[in-house]
Design a binder for this molecule. Sequence first.
Ligand SMILES: *Cc1c(COP(=O)(O)O)cnc(C)c1O
Length: 413
Amino acid sequence: MSDRTGLLEKAHVLDEADPLRDFQDRFLTPDGADVVAYLDGNSLGRPARALPERMHRFIHQQWGQRLIRGWTDEWLNWPEAIGDRLGRAALGAAPGQVVVADSTTVMLYKLARAAVAARPGRREIVLDTDNFPTDRYVLEGIAAERGLVLKWIETDPAAGITDEQVAGAVGPDTALVVFSHVAYRSGYLADAEAITRTAHRAGALVLWDLCHSVGSVPVHLDSWDADFAVGCTYKYLNGGPGSPAFGYVNERHHGLAQQPIWGWMGHREPFTMGPGYQPADGIRGLLSGTPPILAMLPLLTGLDMLDEAGIEAVRAKSSLLTHYALELADAWLFDRGVQLASPREPERRGGHITLRRADFREVTGLLWQRGVIPDFRAPDGIRIGLAPLSTSFVEVHNGLCALHQLVDERGKP
Ligand SMILES: *Cc1c(COP(=O)(O)O)cnc(C)c1O
């Protein structure tokens, strides 16, 4: 019991010392306090308290007043303008290389197709077995469509893709390599700069999936010399369910790498409505159809908060959160049949950790009943996602304490 008190005290001390502590009040919390610990902000971030007012204002003052004129007032520029903001706040990307549009899946398809078309004659796409399903499926589809070959790297699901593995897989026939910067299961943080260099040395292009890093781990697309990147905005960026994705195309590929969905919004002159597709210059050519303006409003609120907090401070808190979660697991879980399926080294860890035990599918259901909301990842992983702006150390304590009690009640499976 004294052990437990000590760890709770520690959570209070960490919360006291947390420079981002005040951000917790910027989020809406469920009525009636039925949520004890939200440990899934890496799957769906919480809504900002400022959001209803912002949506209300937009509907009344912009949509309601400006009507169709809103498009030429400013909405047509939102994909690039918000892309630039995102590039500056979270991606290490100079202006003119990021757009907000589509879903991650569709954007990934467009970028991967553009990439393989930019490496004619090369027949291989290198990917890994533990990437997120949509990434694997989209690349399977492209391989089938273009007559390409997928070269699979077997990744350890408790770790992730290493530079050595990539060096052993790429060669003169590699057109493209696609990996996640932070692995969706283990939270492994790949050495993106080294892997990009290794792929380039073989003449291949690189596409990074940033879904689990954007807004949590600093990303430096320009200085890594990345070619393409994609990510979603509803995880650590609090963009809301189904908010649009972003796509990054390094400036050196503009006008050369062509995406496959030729729509009017990516046309050089959309309102001429003339015959024949001509892509717009620059990143605008990555657009296809009408951008989802309403669905970008929560992202603006998320970016306001990220700008204010700063990504380096967010990362610093994120590292403390995962460190503290590991400390609790060390005290309470690893001697009870629970295994860590995430890296212990802080520099290889993203913003979440995964814990495994044979009965964790069932345990997840029981946790949800008790107001503790992590994610379950097949076959037996509970993923503890720790969104730095909205999660307190006491919340982590209370969530893992509930897990500890359940594990104790049930005995070893
Ligand atoms: C969440 C996530 C996606 C989601 O793709 P959608 O098209 O938004 O459903 C894709 N890739 C990774 C690595 C993810 O974590």
